[in-house]
Design a protein around this ligand. Sequence first.
Ligand code: UD1
Ligand code: MG
Length: 452
Amino acid sequence: MAEQPLAAIILAAGQGTRMKSELHKVLHPIAGQPMLHHLLDSLEAAGAARQVVVVGARREQVEASVAPRGVDIAHQAEQLGTAHAALQAKDALAGFDGIAIVCFGDTPFLRPETVARLRDRLLADDAPRVAVLGFVPDDAKAYGRIIADDTGAISKMVEFKDATDAERAVKLCNSGVTAVRTADLWLLLERVGNDNAAGEYYLPDIIMLALADGDKAVVVETDPDELIGINSRAELAEAERIWQVRRRLLAMTDGATLIAPETVWFAHDTVLGRDVVIEPNVVFGSGVTIADNVVIHAFSHIEGATIASGCSVGPFARLRPGADMREGAKVGNFVEMKKAVLGPGAKANHLTYLGDATVGANANIGAGTITCNYDGYFKYQTVIGENAFIGSNSALIAPVKIGRDAIVAAGSAVSRDVADGELRLVRAEQLVKPGWADRFHDAMRKKKREGR
Ligand code: UD1
Ligand code: MG
């Protein structure tokens, strides 16, 4: 099979009115990433050399979101239908000769393997002119229908609005994902008319035109979960559910233990090592990498964090962006880390905030220790040396350095650097009054008896 370059045309010019949102529909996140980017990732993985996103309503939002990706933008000023939208990509792809995959920005779960299957079908020996992805959902709703024989040869494409009862009874639905040679695509699109129930230029009509030319058009069927289209918040939640179910299974397949998988929420880019144990009710934000043999205890929230092997996190820990736990480090309950390194074997077991801090190897951060990193205007660093021991309920007022092997006594508010091996004690001298409390109680009880 000759190698043919692939270009993707992603339609995203629609209003998305059913989302009832100021945010463009295709930018609503699934697993913390805009749905459009899920699709673009997939198309990239499928080897698309070019990607053209067709924008219309709220185009500035989409353009800003895809700007770092090096995709092309085409503009559809008026939403006259999917064929009209696809045609807007013509200029952007001028000079490109290969295969175009037209797909919809609100159908984000298309898999690279499926794109490859569709492309291969187009290039098969029976030389179809168009190949389209079809699916059989539980509820065929108002999807366009595909009338095809057992071999996948299409005899008709019909939109729900235009379909007869018999056609509506057909279960095979059009996903919209369509493969055509670019040289052919523009010619076919230019011939599409809008004489139909919606008065729109329908993309599936290019198949009807190919058939009218005496050419072959074929359907490739795939899993409905992959082709779910998102038009409302309820469908967005359903898409999230489908994504999470799949990701949890993958985590387990790859060697993580999830005690209650249905309660663990992954992000699009979560990286897990082997023999990672994740207890119930753990939420991952973006940018988390976890090495082997890590335990994440229940009810932890982890985002933008790097966790080395042998670490233990939580229960009830919060790791924010820049949290960096080195080998065998430990963070216990109600501990928050932000832009902080916890060195190898270091521990912060209870009720602590480590922000803008570096903690050396094997240091022990006592319960209730707070790095006071902010004065209302600027942030400052706290640096804690190896093997340092920070007593409970200490406030480390940054910028401040605690030396190697130093001890900070419990309850200290440390605002000046502590040298290596030093003991720092910052609290009032203790007043000791033996018997004072007994005398106090006696006197007060007497007063009460005398009714005063
Ligand atoms: C479309 C298909 C239908 C298919 C269904 C699958 C057509 C005519 N119908 O119907 O056969 O079963 O998708 O989900 O193609 N868009 C534009 N410009 C436009 C119109 C649409 O960019 O002028 C974009 C939308 O932003 C959206 C996609 O194209 O991403 C699909 O449009 P939508 O209106 O949702 O089509 P459906 O009615 O769902
Ligand atoms: Mg739709």
